[in-house]
Write a protein that binds this ligand. Sequence first.
Ligand SMILES: Cc1cc2nc3c(=O)[nH]c(=O)nc-3n(C[C@H](O)[C@H](O)[C@H](O)COP(=O)(O)OP(=O)(O)OC[C@H]3O[C@@H](n4cnc5c(N)ncnc54)[C@H](O)[C@@H]3O)c2cc1C
Ligand code: SF4
Ligand code: SF4
Length: 1022
Amino acid sequence: MTKIPADPSFTVSHLPPEISSKLQREVQGEVLVDGASRGRYATDASIYQQFPIAVLIPKSSEDIEIAIQVAKEAGIPILPRGGGTSQCGQTTGTALVIDNSKYIRNILQSDLSDPDHATVEVEPGIVLDHLNAQLKSHGLWYPVDVSTAAQATIGGMAGNNSCGSRSIAYGNMVHNVLGIDAWLADGQVASFGPYANAGGQAKRLGDYVKGLVDVLKPEIEARWPKVMRRVAGYNLDVFHPQSELPYTLDHSVNLAHLLVGSEGTLAYFKSLKLKLARLPKHKVLGVVNFASFYQAMDSAQHIVKLGPTAVELVDRTMIDLSRNNPAFRKTIETALVDANAKTVDAILLVEFSGDEHAPLLQKLEDLDALMSDLGLPGSVVKMPDAVMQKNLWEVRKAGLNIMMSLKGDGKPVSFIEDCAVPLEHLAQYTQALTEVFSKHGTRGTWYAHASVGTLHVRPILDMRRDGALKMRAIAEEAAELVRKYKGAFSGEHGDGLCRGEWISWQFGPKITEALGAIKAQFDPSNLLNPGKIVNPPKMDDAAYFRYPPSYRVIQVTPKLDWSTWNVQNNPVTEAVTAAGTGGDPAQGLAKAIEMCNNNGHCRKFDADVMCPSYRITRNEKDLTRGRANTLRLAISGQITNTGDTPPAHLPLATQAVKEVMDLCVSCKGCKRECPTGVDMAKMKIEYLAQYKERFGHTLRDRLVAHLPNYAPIIARIPGLPMLLNLRNHIPLLAKIQEWVTGISAKRSLPVWKSKHFWNQTPLPFMTPKELAKHDKRVVLFADTFNAYFENENLQAALALLQKSGYAIHVAQPSKEQSEQQPFCCGRTYLASGMVGEAKTRLSALVDHLAPYAKEGIAIVGLEPSCLFTLRDEALSLGLGESAQVVSKHAQLLEEFLASEHKAHRFVPRFKESAQPVLVHGHCHQKAFGAVSPALELLKLIPYANPQLIESSCCGMAGSFGYEVEHIKASKQMAELSLLPTIRKQANAMVVADGTSCRHQIADGASREAVHIAKVLNSHLDT
Ligand SMILES: Cc1cc2nc3c(=O)[nH]c(=O)nc-3n(C[C@H](O)[C@H](O)[C@H](O)COP(=O)(O)OP(=O)(O)OC[C@H]3O[C@@H](n4cnc5c(N)ncnc54)[C@H](O)[C@@H]3O)c2cc1C
Ligand code: SF4
Ligand code: SF4
């Protein structure tokens, strides 16, 4: 048998300059060679890290073809990449990484005429959800529904032979790929499809593999796992079927199936022909609650006999974590027989689907009856409602990510997490493995595909300390169990660096040798993703770890308080130590950054917020993950040779970090939607503080930051507001301002007024004790923007509260302190990295508000970004207990009124609305789950029929959208869905709480958006 060179021939770690220039000259796409870009492609959702030689973002197939040629001539390995969501290190390597996900994502052709034989041909970089969105109107879908459907590309899914939750009904990738056109290592394209029609290189290679398989038949028969969930090695069983589900319906051989699961080591997929399925018209879900995990596992084998399309597990740890996650709490509670009960040890999500609803409802009854027969009457929550089902699937899909939100260095580690065993052994297997974990001083959280015996489990290990040792010991014992129960060691997530060495364990030396020979036939110079599947390293070789024992964080005193991240956890109980005790040299900042596990969930385009900058650029650097990786590399000193060395105490103050933070609009989308809670908006403040300390503040920074300081002065000087407003009417003035300050001349600026909130009517002032005497009472916090530019909003809020019988205190300095300026939340300072000034301003406000909050009085504000500064950032500025109590009582006006309404204390009578209402939620409002109160209140207005605009950030984001270098990006963000939706509904009233959102809507759609305070007040029937 031919062998590939044991060691790849390349030795370079950087792309040699002449190759780099050649590539840049010949391709249209981007060639990234700097350390930070390479660093962002050095990881995937695994524990591994290897810096690529360079990264190519090809614009077209031609670019890929050129790159393969150039790399071949230079002897440089190639690594194709999709979403980079692999869990085993498949996409990490010392290679030229080629990212298909930005441009190589077209649907090439489709044949949808006969739904039962519909097919589609796609480029490899198309994301599964995006493909399915286009197929939906045809009643079709591609049914390999991986949990990462919103990120996973078809190329990556084929590369890994991915498997979805419904594989019991539809099979894995290998069952659903009909053909692959691929570049071979020599740069030639070959068509892999039915063997019977094969020709050229594909036939030659197919014949070669067949020759090997014919000889190895007895070995394959003896060694090959019979379970459907087996993805290790190459699919030699195309020629001698072993899977319980045949790869083709007519049992013919399809050579494309040889490439599925090859992890980029045999060929580079150019296009893939896929078999589509009918979208089931109806689905129902039965959620079975179990008091014992063992019982859940034991029941799976009986449940599958009812013919479900999925049986998925969520265990107690995940139920508890979901309960503690604001985004998932309500949903998980819908799945429990008793929402408050703590006794549920596991739930199984049992889905039935089909074209008629009635038989599915009967299936739920059958499930109920079955569970009664199994001794668990009343254990099924029946969920015929599609929205509830969708929400619960989201929680299940986010399962792993929720689990990863554990703080501290011990993290759930993926290495044995997709072993598959026959269903009849599932209960014994999971119990035995739990005992193995316990023996090694750790434990695992179980979830996922009970229907096919693939349960995901990740023991908690600390890879910086003894993790590698435990990893090896646990893997060996798990392997014995897999062997005992005749399962597969690699059942879903592929081999990569983590399971490569287990291929020979699974298949024995002869088959392993054959895999090497196949690799040598396809790729004689070992240039296609070397070190995966054939000649892999040891799984516990620390040289490949993202956090090897040698990993070090630079000592730094952060500007914000990150101590809640500076903790360690107990792997058995998962209890975390007290804040500040985690031993982080960066006092918790590094550990907060390291919360990103690279799962790629932020690469999404759905209705939520995260991550607007990625949505418009599709660049890894403009993604929460890219930012977190860059920060991690910076704070651990891994971005080297850039010629930009920051002072030791300011490791984030570099151009590399600036580049990734540039388009972060601090929307806090990630804070809520990133399953591990990566809070990039807060990290941006930290970076800005460091960066500005190193390079100083610009005039624009100062103009923005000090607005609360000079607004009162401008308003006080007669004629000055009018003079300043000329800038909005005289283009030359706007242009001059743009030259001098960098504020775009294309934007109108907020209009200055001499009559504002503070100098109009006398404002109510009450001490905490006086106010506390009233039954209905509230403190109104007037932010700078509404006070000086849109005082009618505050006046409306005041009138609304007064008419509704509330005693009010407007937060303002007392007469004795009258020399003080109006209070300010410090937002503008934080946005400019002036943490010290922000603290001073916030501290005065918090001192004023705390006595009211201590009396239990709500503190109500109108501007989401200002109000939520009290709830959020104020807690990170070392303002002590006062900040805590204020944070607990700070609410948006609508949050306050909606809760008062529920308590029957705010019972307004509203006049009919003349128009339907469209609501745009401010990002921070969404991040704190404060949009539904607005909708609840607006629903009280007859005929308002409020509809939430499904939008991400409006793109204005404070001063971002005004900045000359950002105006284009800002408008692109608004055009993603906000402005088109508004334009489509010309007769609707648009409600938006954010000052800058209202500006964006006025600028981009020429429509006036109004604050909810005005809408509620103007509809009040007095
Ligand atoms: C939270 C989480 C949940 C997951 N859930 C599932 C699940 O339910 N089921 C499942 O199967 N997996 C799951 N995975 C693993 C992973 O998401 C899937 O394997 C996914 O299909 C990978 O897609 P990708 O685009 O990210 O591929 P990548 O990770 O980018 O690449 C995967 C492999 O394909 C190769 N490849 C990519 N493009 C090409 C090409 N054009 N030609 C040749 N080879 C190529 C790569 O080299 C690599 O070896 C999960 C991962 C995470 C983090
Ligand atoms: S930032 Fe959050 S969502 Fe994005 S990859 Fe990291 S952990 Fe996942
Ligand atoms: S704050 Fe917003 S823009 Fe910034 S990384 Fe998070 S989601 Fe993306």
